[in-house]
Structure formats: C-alpha cells, structure tokens
Design a protein around this ligand. Structure first.
Ligand SMILES: CC(C)(COP(=O)(O)OP(=O)(O)OC[C@H]1O[C@@H](n2cnc3c(N)ncnc32)[C@H](O)[C@@H]1OP(=O)(O)O)[C@@H](O)C(=O)NCCC(=O)NCCS
Length: 173
C-alpha cells in the first residue's frame, strides 16, 4: 500500500494541475472544462489558493512527495458544524490503488477530530460508480437522490446524496 499524505497546495503545483487539465477523461469525470489555457488555469488556481480555509479547505494528496490529487472540505456551516466533502485523484494511472480511500480518511479525520464537525455531506453523480464505491467505503450513508439533477459526462444524471455523522465516524475507529 502506498503511503498517502496531505499537504498544502502551492503555486508551484500549477504545472501538475495543468497536466491533469489536459486529460479529457479526468476533466469529464471531475466536471472540469476541457482545454483550459495555462493563463485561465493560473487565474483559477491563484483564486483558489487565496480562498480562506474557513470557506474551503483544499489539501494536496501526495504520494512519495509527488502531488497526485486533492481533497477538500467546503460549504462550511460553522453554526451547525457541517461541511461538504470532495476529492479528485488527478493522476489517472493511480486510480483504483486505494489512494482516494486513504486521502479521504485523512481529510475526514481532520474534519471530525480537529474541526469538530458533526456531519460531513457528499454528492456524487449516479453513473460515477468509482466515486459511489469510495463514499460507501469511507462510511458515508446514502440519504437520497436528486433525480436528473446535473449533467455528468454529457448526460442528465441523478445525484446521490450522502452523509457521514461524527458518531458513525467515531464508532468506526
Ligand atoms: C473517485 C476517485 C477520487 C477515487 O479515487 P481512487 O484512488 O481511484 O479510489 P480507491 O482506489 O481508494 O477506490 C475506492 C473504491 O472504488 C471502487 N472502485 C475502484 N475501481 C472501480 C471501478 N472501475 N468501478 C467501480 N468501483 C470501483 C472500489 O470498490 C474501491 O474500493 P476497494 O479498495 O474496496 O476495492 C478517483 O477515481 C477520481 O479522482 N475520479 C475523478 C474525479 C471524481 O470522480 N471525483 C469524485 C467526485 S464526487
């Protein structure tokens, strides 16, 4: 099993992000526009790096010091102590090797243990079987479906809604 670490993202990661942005399969799976220019990507990346972690906490996923993806908590509700989970492994050749699972666990642990969140939500397009499997493996429970809610890979698709409560998380470890 490869050792996965979370680390802050930097402007120096832009070249890696640019490589991912040139992979159509990854872009379609992750909802990114295809064929963004270096300048467009740089503008987006700079804005993202300047976003307060109270609004969106996005960490790099690293394997042997190489950036391979990112994982995030966003849409924080600090009164209700909730957030929304998201993840992408940009290095597609590494899909299916347990990296998403390990990175997801690290971010969820941070959310529950350090940020003291009570619940973390996630939404997945129904045809995204790999992501559905990942959410279930991480302990998320399905709460419902939004029928034909968003376009995924060119087709109007259901969105599956998940929640992971802190009590469930704590009882797993
Ligand atoms: C979704 C994503 C983050 C998963 O990362 P990953 O590193 O490939 O995930 P893992 O290897 O930890 O696999 C998690 C589970 O997915 C399942 N899985 C793997 N390949 C699969 C496939 N081809 N079809 C269905 N399920 C699959 C397995 O059940 C696996 O659990 P297991 O280890 O018990 O077999 C990654 O594929 C990705 O970045 N996809 C594009 C972006 C995206 O879809 N993000 C999520 C948006 S909600």
């Amino acid at each position: 099993m490869r050792e996965v670490q979370l680390r802050p993202l930097t402007l120096g990661d832009l070249a890696t992000i640019y490589l991912w942005s040139q992979d159509e399969v990854f872009c379609r799976a992750n909802g990114w526009s295809i064929g963004l220019s270096w300048q467009q990507l740089r503008t987006w990346w700079m804005a993202l790096l300047q976003t307060s972690p109270d609004v969106m906490l996005r960490s790099g996923v690293a394997v042997q010091d190489q950036l391979v993806g990112f994982v995030e908590l966003s849409s924080f509700d600090w009164q209700e102590k909730t957030a929304v989970f998201g993840i992408a492994i940009g290095a597609r050749s590494l899909w299916g090797q347990g990296i998403g699972f390990q990175a997801g666990q690290l971010m969820l642990q941070h959310g529950f243990d350090h940020l003291q969140l009570k619940a973390i939500f996630a939404e997945v397009h129904a045809p995204n079987l790999r992501s559905l499997a990942l959410m279930r493996k991480l302990g998320f429970e399905e709460t419902g479906r939004l029928p034909l809610h968003e376009v995924y890979q060119g087709t109007l698709s259901d969105v599956v809604c998940f929640v992971l409560e802190s009590s469930c998380w704590n009882s797993r470890i």
